[in-house]
Structures are given as structure tokens and as C-alpha cells.
Ligand binder design. Sequence first.
Ligand SMILES: [Zn+2]
Length: 135
Amino acid sequence: MIYHRQLEGVTDVRYGHEETLDEWTDIMEDYVERNCIPYTSRQKFMLITPTRLSPVRAGVAWPRGNFAVATLDNSYPVIAHEFGHLLGAKHDDGEVRYYGWWCETNMISPSTSLRSNCYVFSKQANQHIRDHVYR
Ligand SMILES: [Zn+2]
């Protein structure tokens, strides 16, 4: 993983609107081409934002794609959730588990603040991720 911060014309993209992922995708495709970055299904590019994309949306990703946007705003599993989508995991892979209290695995959607985070992918999500990575 390579973490970049404050790349002019890249990380300062306007977000929080319906076309955020489309715009981020266009910007990153140009960036990848200009910088001769190898572009394969294993290359993933995520814009991490300090605030949500909208009151009801914390992140968005192209399923099994290369690009995603996720917020750090009060929702720790969002980055894992969107990264899971990039790697082939689906909402149906999400599970609610009980260890003295209920927790949600990374792909659960919608999430509720009444449950805690399990901080893991379910077995089914892990299988979908393995299928994507090793196909
Ligand atoms: Zn999702």
C-alpha cells in the first residue's frame, strides 16, 4: 500500500455529490496514465475523505473494480467495507455475530450503531476476496 496525501489535482477532488466515484475514477485513470503506473485488476485506488459523501453515504466503490471513496468520519469499517467491494466481497457476505453483544462483519449493509464492529470479514467474504485475488 502506498499512501499519498495532498496531491494537487488528485486528493483535492470535490466530493460529496452523486458523481463522486465517476469523477474520482476519471482523475485516477489520468493520474495512472501520466505516471506510468501499472494498471491491473490488483491495483486499487481509494480516496479517503475526512467527511461523509452524504448524510446517508459513507463510501462507494466499483465492485471488483479499481476505484473507491471512503470516509474516516466516525465509521471505522468503511475503508475495509469499500476495499472489500474492490476485492469482490458483497453485502450478502456480511454477518451479525454475537459474543456477549452483537457485532457486524465488514460487509454488512446497512450498518447500525447499536451493534459493535467485529473488525473482520466473514468466511464468505474472505472466500470472495481470495477468488478475486487468485483468479
Ligand atoms: Zn457496500
